[in-house]
Design a protein around this ligand. Structure first.
Ligand SMILES: NC(=O)c1ccc[n+]([C@@H]2O[C@H](COP(=O)([O-])OP(=O)(O)OC[C@H]3O[C@@H](n4cnc5c(N)ncnc54)[C@H](O)[C@@H]3O)[C@@H](O)[C@H]2O)c1
Length: 289
């Protein structure tokens, strides 16, 4: 895929995995609009990445549809088009724990960003991309947690990512059915341990969606605990270079894959085990199986 000169929009691009995507896109010659809710992180990301290519930052809260529409208006007024859309912004549900200890506000916050935010981003940009009648790619960042199988102590997050995977798969099928020049893809970040800001996602949690019953973080929800869990389960626990992960996504797009990211092969055996259990009406194995 020729990325040189293309206009890319990356939500949640100021940090973590999104920033790795921005780095890779700039390295391949794209013009990148970095859209993020965190003003200070956005400013420093633009300052640090600007020497790599042409980029600018726009503040957006993907949980607010008006804010997403304002982002699209800005992009279409300034850049005139969007060729590559990465609906990547995401949060945890604020610590995880036993599913029945989660609060409705955990669901509201997580789903407002991970589900409604991805939906608003796609619903706002995709019709404009289709209206332009030129080739394009839409990528939604999901997670193996939920997109493939749940991590039970992250039940709210897993449910949100199952929704993202299901939604973008529907979008991809419908685009293919109408023979649109735009394709949709799901991105499963992976390849090892991802040392990103997701572990401190509550820094962006709105005050009105705070927990009503504050409680200590659940076991397994800090970076160190999660690393120990992966190691105990014999899963890859090396820390991933996020710029490499961004390049891997673009290579997978080059190859026309629907599923982007390094773990599709590893998911295969787990999905077979899940299918076998489901066919026998049994409880399927989790992502940490
Ligand atoms: N880190 C992991 O292990 C992992 C694994 C699988 C999937 N993911 C997914 O990858 C994506 C990126 O997460 P990350 O790990 O890089 O975390 P991160 O916190 O480093 O990056 C997320 C970015 O999204 C921004 N953001 C948060 N809420 C927003 C909102 N309402 N509007 C706009 N921007 C907002 C944050 O400011 C941040 O820059 C998420 O969708 C996450 O669920 C992460």
């Amino acid at each position: 895929m020729d990325i040189e000169g293309k206009v890319a929009v990356v939500t949640g691009g100021a940090g973590g995995i999104g920033r790795g995507l921005v780095h890779a896109l700039l390295a391949r010659g794209a013009h990148v609009v970095v859209a993020d809710v965190e003003a200070a992180a956005l400013t420093s990301a633009i300052d640090e990445l600007a020497p790599l290519g042409t980029t600018r930052g726009v503040l957006v809260d993907v949980a607010d549809e008006d804010s997403v529409v304002a982002l699209a208006d800005d992009v279409y007024a300034t850049e005139g088009r969007c060729d590559l859309l990465f609906a990547n912004a995401g949060v945890t549900s604020g610590g995880g724990g036993l599913p029945w200890e989660q609060e409705v506000n955990d669901w509201r916050w997580c789903f407002s960003v991970n589900v409604l935010g991805v939906a608003a981003t796609v619903l706002t940009f995709l019709p404009r991309m289709l209206g332009a009648g030129i080739p394009g790619e839409v990528v939604a960042t999901s997670s193996g947690d939920g997109g493939v199988a749940p991590v039970p102590y992250a039940s709210v997050y897993a449910a949100s990512k199952a929704a993202v995977s299901c939604f973008i798969e529907s979008v991809a099928h419908q685009l293919r059915q109408i023979e649109a020049p735009v394709n949709a893809h799901v991105f499963y970040p992976g390849g090892g341990l991802l040392d990103t800001g997701l572990w401190t996602a509550a820094r962006n949690r709105p005050a009105e969606l705070e927990r009503v019953r504050p409680r200590p973080p659940a076991p397994g929800t800090t970076f160190a605990e999660f690393k120990a869990q992966l190691e105990a389960a014999g899963l890859p626990a090396k820390i991933v270079d996020l710029n490499w992960l961004g390049m891997k996504v673009l290579e997978d797009l080059d190859e026309g894959r629907y599923i982007l990211g390094p773990d599709a092969g590893r998911f295969g055996s787990l999905l077979h085990a899940r299918a076998d259990a489901i066919a026998k009406s049994e409880l399927p194995p989790t992502l940490l199986h």
